[in-house]
Design a protein around this ligand. Structure first.
Ligand SMILES: C[S@@+](CC[C@H](N)C(=O)[O-])C[C@H]1O[C@@H](n2cnc3c(N)ncnc32)[C@H](O)[C@@H]1O
Length: 252
């Protein structure tokens, strides 16, 4: 069976491997610092995509397992990693059910992917299951502000661009999910950014009529939301950016 996310990501592999936003060195360094990534630790990269988090953890000296449900993405992550002289293991699998034993990973990361998960609580429980008492979980993902209306707007626009988008969860929702998975959040931060619109739409091969529909939606965002959604309607094309949420959690 082809999962919706595989249909979206298989044709986009090269764009993700070479994506400058996913390769942002500042955010990757922060991920390594917050997880305490050092030589010899065993790290799991859930939904590794093109491989940016996997490579950063491998460069920090971790033994990494890169997991993704899109075989084409996993292959590209391995190929580019080899070109960079990095070694790590790969596992084809779904974020809701890992082929790993309990409590084996020192670090679990999941970066810019959880908004695709059909059941984030099940995925978080699975991440928690493979952690031990001193492990650290790092999640970094698109996020909705606490306003439900803004959340619905973000999900509608993100889904137009990528039909495999499921939901951007608010920080309040993540707090509940973490507790449900037996995790305690020990750090959290929110980030705003603006999409480079042509790059963002091009990465998913969005058709001209859908691009136009997205531009129209951005133009009609009420001014009271502009700050939260980083909207600039004077620009052509009009610009916005879905906020990001980062958190680190431990098992309780
Ligand atoms: C934007 S990419 C991830 C980016 C990557 N983590 C990074 O740091 O560069 C999203 C990835 O999530 C994967 N994915 C989405 N849902 C998944 C699921 N339920 N199980 C496994 N992989 C999934 C897709 O195949 C895709 O490769």
């Amino acid at each position: 069976m082809t999962t919706p996310y595989r249909a979206s990501f298989a044709p986009a592999v090269e764009h993700y491997v070479h994506s400058t936003s996913h390769a942002d060195p500042v955010s990757l360094a922060r991920m390594c610092a917050l997880t305490g990534a050092v030589r010899g630790q065993l790290a799991l990269d859930v939904a590794c995509g093109g491989g940016h988090s996997t490579w950063a953890l491998a460069q920090a000296g971790c033994r990494v397992v890169a997991l993704d449900g899109t075989p084409e993405m996993l292959k590209a992550c391995g190929g580019e990693g080899r070109k960079r002289g990095l070694t790590f293991d790969r596992a084809l699998g779904d974020a809701h059910r890992f082929p790993f034993r309990h409590g084996v990973f020192d670090i679990v990361v999941c970066r810019i992917a959880a908004h695709h998960f059909a059941n984030p609580l099940a995925a978080l429980r699975e991440m928690s299951r493979v952690m031990h008492r001193k492990s650290r979980l790092y999640i970094y993902d698109l996020s909705a502000p606490d306003s439900e209306a803004m959340g619905r707007w973000i999900d509608a626009v993100e889904s137009l661009r990528d039909p495999s988008h499921v939901c951007c969860w608010s920080s309040r929702a993540w707090e509940g999910l973490a507790i449900g998975a037996g995790l305690r959040i020990v750090h959290s931060a929110r980030y705003r950014r603006q999409y480079d619109m042509e790059n963002w739409l091009g990465r998913m091969g969005v058709k001209p009529d859908v691009r136009q529909a997205i531009r129209e939606r951005v133009k009609s965002v009420p001014p009271s939301w502009w700050d939260d959604l980083s909207v600039e309607v004077g620009k052509e094309p009009p610009v916005f950016g879905t906020p990001l949420l980062e958190f680190v959690a431990e098992k309780f």
